[in-house]
Design a protein around this ligand. Sequence first.
Ligand code: NDP
Length: 357
Amino acid sequence: MSSDSPVQSTRIVLASRPDGEPSADNFRIEAANLPSLADGQVLLRILYLSLDPYMRGRMSTAKSYADPVEVGDVMVGGTVGEVVESRHPKLSPGDRVLSYSGWQTHAVENGDHVRPLDASAAPLSTALGVLGMPGFTAYAGLLEIGKPKEGETVVVAAASGPVGSAVGQIAKIKGARAVGIAGGPDKCAHVRDELGFDAVVDHRSPTFADDLKAAVPDGIDVYFENVGGAVASAVFPLLNTYARVPVCGLVAQYNTTEAPEGPDRLPGFFRSVLTKSLTIRGFIQTEFVRALQADFRRDVAKWIAEGKIAYKEDIVDGIDNAPKAFMGLLAGRNFGKLVVRVAEEEQGGDGFSCRWS
Ligand code: NDP
């Protein structure tokens, strides 16, 4: 392909901002010509797009830790791509890279801003999940803030997803007892039987709060907060003195537009923080990247190889299916790490062909 020939990218842009739950109208699919390459740039054919709960925040102008996507701009997101053309000295056509190219089929990127991937070391899509940002979030948040000790009880919700599944399995590696919370019998069975959690509780059950209490006879020492809402309300009374709560995400609240009904629970919350000497610490994974990224890659790759960490991917085909899949993610309809297969990997070399899913 010549650098003079325009390449078209099919992309999903933010058409309007959602009020509450996103709908199909908030997205638009369009085609755009990409610029020809400047020195240092690469043209990528995107193979996989990661869909993650944080993208809901980028659709909104509410104050956050990152700027929103502008209306009319491509939705942001982590991607795995193949270099099609390169004007970067260290990248060649055929190389597979991790980039942040968003919801589109092709992209022009600065070659210094992409990370080469070794397709023979792990399936490429895992760079977006267990060996990527979500896995790192679990590793850093649990070990730096949760600090689970042998024999302690660690509770995590969204336990079949990429963050929660890694949290529970790493907790077990550290000698703790892992209790998962998940939605529905299939996810619960997976968390218990495939991921090896010690216990699992279904938050959709009408007896959820009692079931959770029964599953943590010694109370809760670490609550890795992924969801907020009713799950957090059931967990908090069960926290032990000196419990640690890494606040990672509040996915149950991302689509809410009003404060919940009922009495103001803030005074009771602070009373618990005081009387139980709780440590509650929010974090964005990027703060730990410099210090922990190398340890994470080494440890988690080893744990996967040793069979101590399993993972599940939920692969959806085609960029045009990204909006629907993303809306399902916020409602719990994904089962495992949600990834869009934007294009088929061309078979070649000794790339992995099997994955647990
Ligand atoms: P998941 O793939 O696990 O998807 C989200 C899951 O949340 C759903 O599948 C669903 O699982 C659960 N969920 C949705 N709504 C509710 C609800 N009302 N009550 C209880 N559970 C609900 O997501 P990730 O593993 O990618 O992310 C998990 C959390 O981590 C999110 O909050 C995300 O924003 C956060 N995060 C934070 C980062 C940081 O730097 N702080 C970085 C990455 C992720 P189920 O059906 O089992 O309930």
